[in-house]
Design a protein around this ligand. Structure first.
Ligand code: GDP
Ligand code: FE
Ligand code: FE
Ligand code: FE
Length: 192
């Protein structure tokens, strides 16, 4: 991948066109946080940048479009019973590949996992998962604590975010996606 100034400008244009100004600002904030984490923990800054910029690329697509993708790509039909929160990363990666021409599997995987996390996460997966939560524009309760932890220990930042996201989902009685539970078991409960 040759990530020139021009590639970046073209990518930014397409991403900006796909979302609201507010979400675009969020995406730029995630890139900032992801670059900081890549520098701190020794990951590829180029991959961190591209994954951050594209992670919410599909978030404004309609439910109908996601349901069509589930059918067309042969995903398990159980996925039809979930919602945008779960679809936009997992299925959004397919749209990032098709429409933005990003084929790097490590970037696509970080996009797929950015909402739920997973029991197995690469450094890049963790960076995008955490950057999404701590980016400068976020004002979730406890975000300052999450930022402080992220500066010291990335795995602990994954655990903090997972615990607080799950607590929030339970609080609002939202359905919890099985992968979110797997993430909790591995990173919070530290089940072997
Ligand atoms: P965003 O796209 O930048 O807003 O952030 P995320 O992609 O991380 O999260 C999108 C939404 O999904 C948030 O409201 C999360 O709380 C929610 N979410 C995360 N995990 C789950 C889950 O297991 N089930 C449900 N229903 N929502 C979840
Ligand atoms: Fe997202
Ligand atoms: Fe997130
Ligand atoms: Fe996001």
């Amino acid at each position: 991948m040759h990530y020139s100034e021009e590639t970046r400008a073209t990518l930014l244009e397409k991403i900006q066109a796909a979302m609201s100004e507010k979400r675009f600002q969020h995406v730029l904030g995630v890139e900032k946080a992801a670059l900081f984490l890549a520098e701190t923990y020794g990951a590829s800054k180029e991959k961190a940048s591209v994954a951050a910029l594209t992670h919410d690329y599909a978030k404004e697509r309609s439910d109908e479009e996601f349901k069509q993708i589930i059918r067309d790509y042969g995903y398990d039909s159980d996925l039809l019973h979930w919602n945008n929160a779960i679809w936009h990363g997992l299925l959004g990666a397919e749209l990032v590949k098709q429409e933005l021409g990003i084929t790097d599997e490590s970037i696509l995987q970080a996009i797929r996992l950015h909402t739920t996390g997973a029991a197995q996460m690469t450094l890049l997966d963790k960076i995008i998962y955490v950057a999404d939560y701590i980016e400068p524009g976020r004002d979730i309760p406890g975000v300052e604590k999450a930022r402080a932890i992220a500066r010291e220990d990335l795995d602990e930042a994954v655990a903090y975010e997972t615990k607080h996201t799950l607590a929030h989902l339970i609080d609002i009685e939202a359905p919890v996606y099985p992968k979110t539970i797997e993430t909790y078991n591995r990173w919070v409960a530290k089940k072997e």
